[in-house]
Write a protein that binds this ligand. Structure first.
Ligand code: HEC
Ligand code: HEC
Length: 353
């Protein structure tokens, strides 16, 4: 009787052992099976459209990392300002300039129909979108273009007279004071003298060749024309007061004294921001494309401006200011389209002497 009991007990423990072993073996098998599957999670069948998009995005790397990017002060900070109403009016004027100051403006008819925001994206707060991050912190400052120390009023006036090809509201007017108050507010979280990451326009690397307007024309037709139109005139909004797609050349565009008329400013601006939807994190143009499109657009007709008083000191002329006389031996053509490397290194040599 005892023997039978012992036999049953040892059979029982044997069966437990087998069960445990089975669980281990099965578990291991399943784990390996899953592991094998995991290495295959990238779908085997990818339609060619998806593949093209992925490849195209991989080709053009981000311009910068988001870490440490300047961000504008938040709404609560704005509301806490003693001049909050003035600042808000300034923001409204930057975003919808034409409504108030354009050809059909409700306050004055003194500019070309563009909004400051067309070029200073998100009311001048977009990283690498020509923002106002460092205006309050760096002005007043000396600028070679005027040969004078400029304050923020002077710099805003410049964009009215050049980018908006018109006139600026008087200093002391509600509009001018509001715009300046807004720009000061936007940069109020930047220490004096500092230029935070993402300020203004991205400086693209120079090409080793001149930018090519013919190549740029083809690229413009493929990547820009759908919004900015074949004639470069853009598309007016239904109310006829401002642009849904702003002009890139023609009588309502910036004049040839404007910042965007400099090839490096145009190329850097579009590299990080155009076609619409592109950002510094997801640029859609290669450097070459950006330079070539800049060459094409800035070869089209646009309003002229008397620039005879600009750059009073010839040796201070910026490398891509395309109008002579120059302190160096390079032609107007090369100052306009490049190659810029030889010009910049010659300027460094002049500065050393
Ligand atoms: C057609 C495009 C365009 C429009 C429209 C425009 N700007 Fe500008 N603005 C520029 C460019 C380009 C610069 C120079 C950026 C640089 O040198 O890197 C600039 C520079 C400035 C600066 C100096 C920025 C700095 O960091 O030094 C201020 C301030 C400014 N603009 C204000 C305005 C205001 C206010 C308006 C509307 C009344 C306006 N701009 C409209 C293109 C434009
Ligand atoms: C899907 C429409 C769209 C496409 C495509 C597009 N843009 Fe724009 N572009 C805009 C809009 C909208 C603005 C004004 C942005 C704002 O006000 O916030 C603008 C503004 C601009 C500006 C500054 C304002 C001006 O008129 O001078 C430039 C320069 C510019 N685009 C160049 C280009 C170039 C070059 C391309 C092609 C590489 C391009 N854009 C493609 C919609 C577009």
């Amino acid at each position: 009787m005892e023997n039978v009991e012992r036999l049953v007990r040892s059979i029982n423990s044997l069966m437990v052992l087998i069960a445990v072993l089975l669980i281990i073996v099965l578990g291991l098998g399943f784990w390996i099976y899953l592991g094998g599957k995991n290495t295959n999670t990238t779908p085997v069948v990818v339609d060619s459209a998806t593949l093209l998009v992925t490849e195209a995005q991989n080709e053009i790397p981000a311009l910068d990392k988001p870490e440490g990017m300047w961000v504008p002060p938040v709404e609560d900070v704005l509301n806490a300002q003693t001049n909050a109403d003035l600042i808000k009016y300034g923001k409204e004027l930057v975003a919808n300039t034409s409504k108030y100051l354009g050809p059909k403006g409700s306050v004055a008819k003194i500019s070309n129909g563009m909004n400051c925001q067309n070029c200073h994206l998100n009311a001048g707060t977009q990283p690498w979108g020509n923002n106002y991050a460092a205006v309050a912190s760096t002005y007043p400052k000396y600028r070679g273009r005027s040969g004078k120390i400029e304050d923020i009023y002077k710099r805003v006036t410049d964009c009215f007279e050049r980018s908006l090809n018109g006139k600026a509201p008087e200093k002391g007017s509600k509009e001018m004071e509001a715009i300046v108050a807004y720009i000061q507010f936007v940069g109020s979280n930047v220490e004096k003298g500092n230029k935070p990451k993402g300020t203004g326009i991205y400086d693209l690397e120079f090409l080793d060749r001149a930018a090519n307007a013919e190549k740029g024309k083809k690229l413009y037709e493929a990547k820009c024309q759908s919004c900015h139109q074949a004639d470069g005139n853009g598309v007016l909004a239904a109310n006829g007061k401002s642009y849904t797609y702003p002009p890139l050349w023609g009588k309502n565009s910036y004049n040839h004294g404007a910042g965007l008329y400099r090839l490096s400013r145009f190329a850097g601006y579009i590299k990080a921001n155009m076609p619409q939807g592109a950002t510094y994190l997801k640029p859609q143009l290669t450097d070459e494309e950006a330079w070539d499109i800049a060459a094409y657009v800035n070869s089209r007709p646009r309003p002229a401006k008397d620039l005879s008083k600009d750059w009073p000191k010839m040796e201070e002329k910026i490398f891509d200011h395309p109008f002579g006389p120059f302190a160096d031996k390079f032609s107007e053509e090369q100052h306009k389209f490049g190659p810029f490397k030889p010009i910049v290194s010659a300027q460094k040599n002049i500065a050393k002497k």
